[in-house]
Design a protein around this ligand. Structure first.
Ligand code: ATP
Length: 474
């Protein structure tokens, strides 16, 4: 069953995953603060990724580079010139939209195929053709696409809008230097490449990874945490030799790896994932091959991750702009070259959202009196569930039960995120824990005081069994 995004937004707020940012001032549009369970999910995804790619491998190192960088970095990477989206305004209601998205959504909503489009305008490929302002204007005019907010047909011409947030560095207002909040984390890796080569024992092929914030002044943010202006990215730049066989193999390996991680780490349902290679004309100018990992969200199929073969574009640009030698010397062959790189770039904020959407379920069951009930249950990978154990004394006024529950909580919380729940109503406790993904509830009752056993309840099956308190393991 598919649940609407509104369902997920309400659940996230009700159950402490994400809350509207600056709420007491009436919210800053599309900003979301992560709340305790959201923070835990984020931390768990990050830690699992770190363990998988850094702790268990020898060829990837970890970095935490600065958000604010020398403005020349953004000139070298080209973000100052090309990192923009086509913007269009409705003259009537003043709505500001992305022209390419307006067209894409129109095609999807009306289920238009190439043949139908070709009846009005000559197009070779739906996915890529509406790139230039002329093409976008022609499409909007030919199909008389109306403003989705006020239904009028009165557009400005499309124009380019740079998505980088600009600020000033310096102590004197208006006299500082223009500087950008980074729109992606990758350049922090490229500018550290030389120092890493000089100071670590990294040898090609090797990768540099980082997870941190990026900022984009999106024209049409929305869909909860899908498109926001401040978000987390998890990027890896994997450097290889310039050899077609090598980079092709490496690219395929990252595709395989990515699929495996989405399914086994985040527990995304395989049938909702799609790996879509870009057509030649759709590729960014710096990429020779890109594959988008897409997910079937309640409102459409959208990107979760991009895997791009970026060639040696970025390092070459930094060579040009910094005048530094960023070549690699192969210690065995003595060959010197500028390495090429494969970039698997995944949004962490989107991963949290996708995990939530994929896990959310509403299920009917019979209670102890055979009455039909509905429970919200999030079937989520236990490794990223925010709380691993809820410890519940059955009778909150029973001092012995409460003390034993506290002892178990103190012990388990050394290693796991646990919750102590002494609100007294066991069924309500179970419901609450099901909703926040807690895999196991531990209940302490009268028998626990007699023989030291406790009841364990499994979230998914709702089955219960007794074990010795000191045998509890995750
Ligand atoms: P989109 O086509 O959705 O705008 P993109 O192709 O611009 O994404 P990339 O530049 O490849 O995205 O960034 C890598 C990843 O960062 C994306 O796959 C996505 O998961 C995440 N990401 C990008 N922009 C945003 C955003 N505004 N909000 C949340 N996550 C984002």
């Amino acid at each position: 069953m598919t649940f609407s995004l509104d369902n997920i937004v309400a659940w996230a707020k009700r159950r402490w995953f994400a809350y509207p940012g600056s709420d007491i001032y009436g919210w800053l549009a599309n900003a979301r603060d992560l709340w305790p369970y959201g923070v835990e999910v984020k931390k768990n995804i990050e830690n699992n990724r770190w363990k998988f790619f850094v702790q268990k491998r020898n060829d990837i190192i970890w970095l935490d580079s600065q958000i604010l960088m020398n403005p020349k970095v953004r000139e070298a990477s080209g973000h100052v010139w090309w990192f923009s989206d086509p913007l269009i305004d409705c003259k009537k209601c003043k709505s500001r939209l992305r022209a390419d998205q307006l067209i894409e959504e129109y095609i999807e909503k009306n289920n238009l195929n190439l043949e139908q489009i070709n009846e009005r305008i000559k197009v070779d490929n739906i996915a890529v053709w509406a790139r230039s302002f002329e093409q976008q204007t022609e499409f909007i005019n030919q199909f008389k696409i109306k403003c989705p907010k006020c239904w009028s047909f009165d557009w400005t011409e499309p124009k380019q809008f740079n998505l980088m947030f600009k600020t000033e560095q310096g102590t004197i207002e208006w006299q500082g230097t223009d500087i950008y909040l980074r729109p992606e984390t990758a350049q922090g890796i490229f500018v550290n490449f030389k120092n890493i080569l000089d100071t670590t024992r990294s040898r090609i092929p090797f990768g540099i990874a980082q997870i941190w914030k990026a900022f984009r002044n999106e024209i049409t943010p929305g869909n909860f945490m899908f498109r926001v202006r401040e978000f987390y990215q998890m990027e890896i730049e994997y450097f290889v030799e310039n050899d077609e066989k090598i980079w092709l193999e490496c690219f395929e390996e990252w595709k395989k790896q990515s699929k495996e991680r989405w399914i086994n780490e985040i527990w995304i349902k395989e049938q909702k994932l799609r790996f879509r290679d870009h057509d030649k004309d759709e590729l960014s100018f710096y990429s020779k091959w890109t594959c988008d990992v897409e997910y079937k969200f309640p409102r459409g199929r959208w990107e979760l991750q991009g895997i791009a073969y970026r060639t040696d574009y970025d390092l070459n640009q930094h060579i040009k702009f910094s005048w530094k030698d960023l070549q690699y010397s192969d210690p065995q062959s003595g060959k010197r070259y500028v390495p090429h790189c494969i970039e698997p770039s995944r949004g962490l904020t989107r991963a949290i959202l996708t995990a939530m959407i994929d896990a959310y379920d509403e299920e009917k069951y019979s209670d102890a009196n055979w009455n039909e009930q509905t429970r919200v249950v999030a079937r989520f990978n236990k490794n990223i569930a925010p709380i691993k154990f809820a410890v519940i004394p059955l009778v909150k006024k029973d001092e012995e039960q409460v003390n034993m529950a506290k002892e178990i909580f103190d012990k388990l919380s050394q290693d796991y995120m646990c919750e102590f729940d002494d609100s007294g109503n066991i069924w309500k406790c179970y419901r609450r824990q099901d909703e926040i993904w807690t895999p196991y509830c531990i209940t302490i009752d009268n028998q626990s005081i007699q023989d030291g056993t406790v009841t364990i309840r499994d979230r998914d099956s709702m089955k219960q069994w007794r074990i010795k308190a000191d045998e509890i393991r995750f």
